[in-house]
Design a protein around this ligand. Structure first.
Ligand code: FAD
Ligand code: NAD
Length: 466
């Protein structure tokens, strides 16, 4: 029987990164993966394919609407959807190959099949008609998450789709109805709207992007509405009738009331994700899960069973690839006897739409609720030179700093490239920096990042360009 220091079940960003770090630390490592391709949700049906389609569809829209005003005269662009899907697939394949290369480079064994824990120290792998068992000193569960389903709305991945189906539609729907105004709804809604679909989003709550700063979400909603998104907030879908050529969705106010029917060609269900632990043998192994099915861990990623750890989407916390990666690194270091650590106060979140939305740290609502005194510094891109010359002035930067100490507690950006810009705020916050520190840091001119410096100056009511 093969024997390892560490066996990781799942090769998403949590699992494969954990494997690489453990191998760097001298462990003999194997990963178990049931999917034919490595890389998990992120590489195959999540971050990567969605970003490829967001990029391609943005270029399509730019070519149609922005080139002419810059003096670039081209004929109206034509959509070749199979070619766009091919572009997406090439991106996926390139990244999957990259993970395969990393496994080889770090001498990590890849065991193809479904992993089941048959007791501390033993993992059974079933795949391609055979079963093998391996021995290991440690196990990391990195099995990720699956789509959350909605009662009365059966997903067939053709007309009623999850994010997976929405990444591979064969034609642009005339009318796309999206259930859930979270990250997936707004990103994939953007893709299909840019390609020509009429997009309506039905959201249970009275706002979009729950968890994001309220002011940011409100302004961002307006921007999306200007693009053509139609939002029905405080509303729920109770059923979808699939019997006819056109789908008929029954919606009613979340608080109850008169129902109405909405027609659609495709319905996208994106109301969150749930931890995935099917077939893992957790019950038999005695591994505890919480009331939402997430594997319970302590601050060292250890489950209640010695030698079994868990990371990523399958445990509590934001379901984000970079959170899973950082947990993978910290978990490997802890298993190796080092002091691995993840700072959950500084995990950025990005919505990759146009404009993008990015955030790190506390929202205004969270600070109010905690009774923390804070000052706000805001700066609009309309007053940023680079944004003006590029004519991409939508959005603003908002910095929240402690009223007493000036320590930056939260940064929120709506605007082009917001996802790249947020990281200077992350570094600052990791070092416990103040708005004053940010304001006195020289920023290259002309860049959009100067808006961050100006927002930091605005915390002290001394922005220069406003
Ligand atoms: P996963 O990536 O889900 O990987 C788990 C792996 O475990 C899978 O490969 C699965 O096949 C395997 N597995 C499960 N059970 C077993 C078993 N018993 N035996 C063997 N293998 C098993 N996050 C971001 O940060 N940025 C984004 O832009 C972003 N975009 C997204 C877009 C979409 C459409 C979706 C759906 C998600 C997106 N996410 C994004 C979220 C991100 O994909 C997840 O947070 C991330 O993949 C979680 O990583 P993980 O390693 O925990 O699990
Ligand atoms: P989400 O949690 O972001 O949003 C789900 C939305 O659906 C919420 O607004 C919620 O209020 C709403 N909702 C729930 N039940 C509903 C109902 N019955 N009717 C109408 N609305 C309802 O979830 P998601 O968009 O499905 O994304 C899943 C996960 O994937 C998230 O955790 C997200 O972090 C991750 N993801 C991240 C990125 C990124 O980082 N850019 C991109 C895509 C996905």
């Amino acid at each position: 029987m093969a024997s390892y220091d560490l066996v990781i079940i799942g090769t998403g960003p949590g699992g494969y990164v954990c494997a690489v770090r453990a191998a760097q630390l001298g462990m003999k490592v194997a990963v178990v993966e049931k999917n034919p391709a490595l890389g998990g949700t992120c590489l195959n049906i999540g971050c990567m394919p969605s970003k490829a389609l967001l990029h391609a569809s943005e270029m399509f829209e730019e070519a149609a609407h922005s080139f002419a005003k810059m003096g670039v005269s081209v004929p109206a662009p034509k959509l070749d959807l199979p070619a766009m899907m091919n572009f997406k697939q090439q991106g996926i394949d390139g990244n999957v190959k990259g993970v395969e290369f990393l496994m080889k480079k770090n001498k990590i064994d890849v065991l193809k099949g479904t992993g089941k824990i048959i007791g501390a120290g033993k993992v059974e792998i079933t795949g391609a008609g055979k079963t093998e068992t391996v021995e290991t000193k440690n196990i990391v569960i990195a099995t990720g998450s699956d789509i959350a389903r909605l009662k009365g709305v059966e997903i067939d991945e053709k007309r009623i789709v999850s994010s997976t189906g929405a990444l591979s539609l064969e034609k642009v729907p005339e009318k796309l109805l999206i259930i859930g105004a979270g990250v997936i709804g707004l990103e994939l809604g953007s893709v299909w709207r840019r390609l020509g679909a009429e997009v309506m989003v039905v959201e249970f709550l009275d706002r979009i992007l729950p968890g994001m700063d309220g002011e940011v979400a409100k302004q961002f909603q307006r921007m999306l509405e200007k693009q053509g998104f139609v939002f029905k907030l405080g509303t729920k879908v109770t059923s979808v009738d699939t019997s006819g050529k056109v789908l008929l969705a029954k919606v009613e106010p979340a608080a109850g009331g008169a129902a109405e029917t909405i027609e659609a060609d495709v319905v996208l269900v994106c109301i969150g994700r749930v931890p995935y632990t099917e077939g893992l043998g957790l019950k038999e192994a005695g591994v505890a899960v919480d009331n939402r099915g997430r594997v319970e861990i302590d601050s060292h990623f250890s489950t209640n069973v010695k030698g079994i750890y868990a990371i990523g989407d399958v445990v509590a916390g934001p379901m984000l690839a970079h959170k899973a990666e950082d947990e993978g690194v910290a978990c490997a270091e802890i298993i190796a006897g080092q002091a691995g650590h993840v700072n959950y106060d500084v995990i950025p979140g990005v919505v990759y739409t146009t404009p993008e939305v990015s955030a790190v740290g506390k929202t205004e609502e969270e600070l109010k609720q905690a009774g923390t005194g804070y000052t706000v510094g805001k700066f609009p891109f309309t007053a940023n030179g680079r944004s003006k010359v590029n004519q991409t002035t939508e959005g603003f930067v908002k910095i929240l700093a402690d009223a007493k100490t000036d320590r930056v507690l939260g940064v929120h950006i709506v605007g082009r490239e917001a996802g790249e810009m947020i990281h200077e705020a992350c570094v600052l916050m990791e070092f416990g920096g103040s708005a004053e520190d940010l304001a006195r840091t020289c920023h290259a001119h002309p860049t959009r990042s100067e808006a961050i410096k100006e927002a930091a100056l605005a915390v002290g009511k001394r922005a220069i360009h406003m």
